[in-house]
Design a protein around this ligand. Structure first.
Ligand code: ZN
Ligand code: ZN
Length: 411
């Protein structure tokens, strides 16, 4: 397949598998302005699939950066009514959100973090409806990668920019199974495989999982009562058909009990948060909360993340990803959570996914907390998976089962 043929297949896959656009549905597309040609291709595929309208928002992070650099603090401390109105209304109108992302992982390096923090706080309350529906899959949404020069430069610093962009396209295609053969069919088979893993893990109902790795990770996390492992396809709220919130997706994940976490987790990959990198870091937990941390680079960013709110110091997601995967097979660090999280076991600090426990979506915030669910304005994945990671599950009756051995499924 030529590069153009692959782009074509990828755009079609994003619409058909990722967003599962149905005839008559409206699409809200976000795309980096630099990738406008691919954005147009995705819009065309959506119309061809019967979309009634594709409302497109071109994003330019260089302009976002300028705004952070120049605009005064007052701009960031309140959320305009229309911003909230648009997202909350779309969320409740069964609009398909398609988000194409390709940010330079250090785009916001050095900006005033107080402005970013203020904006996040200001958005939290007005966007509650949107966020609640997003985390409970109340509408269909999908996030997929598109290479920008800023991102490609970071992934391949030693080669010519144009070549780097093409290489990054190719790496992305590999991770989403674009190549010879029917990509959609491959996605469905992959989803079935993940569903099998989820069913097996859910059936164990482990009380805790213990993580051990030679890099210093020695950590035990509690899982929420009546947790469910989820992964692969999400369900269209209208008819239960499969869609994919993340492309690629290799994880099966569940809800940790945010009150139960002990020991040290050593990150196995850098983390880009709010356009800043945190590298070589570790977190020490006691009674579910981070009580100590360190980072070789970006410690200040890590501190801001942990101190954003109470829930940011606790875990909201526990995800298992075998070390060998189409993402890790690329042999690169993507510096982009969408990809890196699908190359290694990870946790998320912050907000949990209500769908990860029985009856979760119907619970109030208080009920959710009583079940060990974490509540936060953040949800930030960080990677801990290594080639030698061992994970042992312990059931309520004390029975132990080795779940992961040498970085991959042990059963
Ligand atoms: Zn995850
Ligand atoms: Zn996550």
């Amino acid at each position: 397949m030529t590069l153009d043929e692959k782009k074509n297949a990828y755009a079609a896959l994003i619409v058909k598998a990722g967003g599962r656009v149905r005839p008559g549905q409206k699409v809200f597309l976000r795309c980096p302005v630099e990738c406008y040609e691919f954005g147009r291709l995705v819009a065309r595929k959506a119309y061809e699939a019967g979309a009634s309208e594709v409302d497109t928002e071109w994003q330019d992070l260089y302009l976002s950066r300028m705004r952070l650099d120049y605009a005064p603090m007052e701009v960031f401390t309140h959320c305009p009514e229309w911003t909230a109105l648009k997202l909350n209304t779309y969320a409740q109108s069964d609009v398909v959100f398609i988000s194409l992302r390709g940010a330079d992982p250090e785009i916001f390096k050095g900006v005033d973090p107080a402005k970013q923090a203020a904006e996040m706080r200001a958005m939290h309350e007005p966007l509650k409806v949107y966020h609640k529906m997003l985390t409970t899959m109340g509408f269909k949404w999908t996030i997929a990668g598109v290479p920008t020069t800023g991102w490609a430069r970071k992934v391949y610093p030693m080669i010519n920019e144009q070549v780097a962009v093409t290489r990054l396209w190719d790496a992305i295609f590999e991770t989403v199974r674009i190549g010879d053969g029917d990509a959609y069919g491959k996605w469905m088979a992959h989803a079935e495989n993940l569903a099998g893993r989820c069913a097996a893990m859910t059936a164990w109902q482990f009380k805790t999982l213990r993580y051990e790795s030679a890099n210093g990770t020695d950590f035990t996390v509690g899982l929420a009562e009546h947790h469910r492992f989820e992964g692969g396809a999400d369900r269209d709220p209208a008819d239960g058909g499969p869609f994919f919130a993340n492309m690629p997706t290799e994880e099966v994940f569940t809800m940790p009990d945010c009150r139960v976490a002990e020991g040290t987790l050593v990150a196995s990959m850098p983390l880009s948060w709010q356009g800043c990198l945190i590298e070589d870091f570790r977190l020490v937990f006691h009674e579910g909360a981070v009580v100590d941390y360190d980072a070789r680079r970006g410690k200040e960013t890590l501190r801001r993340l942990l101190e954003s709110d109470e829930g940011s110091r606790r875990l909201g997601e526990c995800a298992l990803v075998p070390y060998p995967s189409p993402v890790s097979a690329q042999g690169i660090l993507f510096y982009n959570t969408l990809f890196d999280e699908n190359a290694a076991c990870h946790f998320a600090l912050g907000q949990c996914y209500e769908t990860n426990i029985e009856g979760g979506p119907e619970m109030t915030e208080e009920e959710l907390k009583a079940h060990g669910g974490n509540v936060s304005m953040n949800h930030v994945d960080f990677m801990v998976g290594t080639a030698d990671l061992k994970i042992t599950g312990t059931r309520a009756d004390g029975e132990e089962v080795v779940v992961f051995q040498n970085g991959t499924w042990a059963f």
